[in-house]
Design a protein around this ligand. Structure first.
Ligand code: NDP
Length: 256
């Protein structure tokens, strides 16, 4: 089943996977009525601006996850754009991975750990908290009573690098900053799914695969097109059995 959510917000939409989410969602066979592309600098987001020119359903908003400063204006602009529909789907995609140093015990700094936790954990949680009234609005209006991302949901883009079980297998002690932050956002997704189940809201952590973006590097096996086509298929078909799980772009439930 394709994604049928009528209103969708994607964070970190300026490039990489966020941009590809926007591209594929606006050109889908069942496009939503409103797509909000959130990014740090909408005025510099040329790719998004070009897509928006031919697609009136796409709206750009400013949302920097480093602080809460943009949250209120982002919320108000989204509320005005989605109107009575509320927000069906929040894709919390923005994230950082500083590859400047290995991120081992030998070189890690408190500042680097804090930056990764701020952008990769505290930021997405703050966004989910802020937009929750709009997501609840979408959930309560739906005729469908099942818990699915098409009705009302939050997708936290995480990584199998944050899976404790899978990380044990790679035998690699590096990436303390990134891996710990992704472990935390996966746990946050699990806890949020429990809290929001009563409200009919789906929450899952999503591993998009290793993808050729600035973060994933040119070594990665997947193109952004391949990753996001698969991710949208997984999101569009997700039901309660994967609520509160770490799911892969392949549709598999990953151990965390
Ligand atoms: P990129 O580095 O290519 O893009 C990161 C995006 O996040 C950019 O749009 C960037 O905006 C945005 N961003 C960074 N900092 C902030 C901030 N403070 N506030 C708002 N937005 C910010 O990464 P990917 O597209 O590859 O990654 C997207 C998500 O997928 C991340 O959460 C990542 O951890 C996850 N992931 C990626 C994998 C991969 O192989 N690529 C593998 C597993 C998970 P700007 O342009 O302004 O810098």
């Amino acid at each position: 089943m394709p994604l049928t959510a009528r209103t969708i917000l994607i964070t970190g939409a300026s490039r990489g996977l966020g941009l590809e989410f926007v591209k594929q969602i606006v050109k889908s066979s069942t496009p939503p009525e409103v797509v909000i592309a959130a990014c740090r600098n909408p005025e510099k987001a040329v790719d998004l601006q070009n897509i928006a020119q031919g697609n009136p359903i796409l709206k750009l908003i400013k949302l920097d996850l480093e602080t809460d400063d943009d949250l209120e204006s982002a919320f108000q602009e989204t509320k005005a754009a989605v109107g009575d529909l509320g927000l069906n789907l929040l894709i919390n995609n923005a994230g950082i991975y500083d590859k400047g140093k290995p991120g081992t015990l030998a070189d890690i700094s408190r500042e680097s750990m804090q930056n990764h936790f701020n952008i990769n954990v505290s930021g997405p949680i703050a966004v989910a908290q802020k937009f929750l009234p709009l997501i609840k609005q979408a959930a309560s209006q739906s005729n469908v009573k099942k818990i699915t991302p098409n009705r009302a949901g939050i997708i936290m883009v995480s990584s199998l690098m944050g899976s404790q079980q899978l990380t044990y297998k790679d035998g690699n002690g590096a990436c303390l900053h990134y891996k710990c932050s992704k472990t935390a956002i996966t746990m946050a997704s699990i806890l949020m799914a429990r809290e929001l189940k009563e409200a009919g809201i789906f929450v899952a952590a999503l591993h998009p695969g290793w993808v050729r973006t600035d973060m994933g590097t040119s070594q990665a096996p997947l193109s952004p097109e391949e990753s996001i086509e698969a991710c949208l298929n997984v999101i569009g078909n997700a039901e309660e059995d994967v609520n509160g799980k770490l799911i892969s772009f392949t549709g598999d439930i990953l151990p965390y």
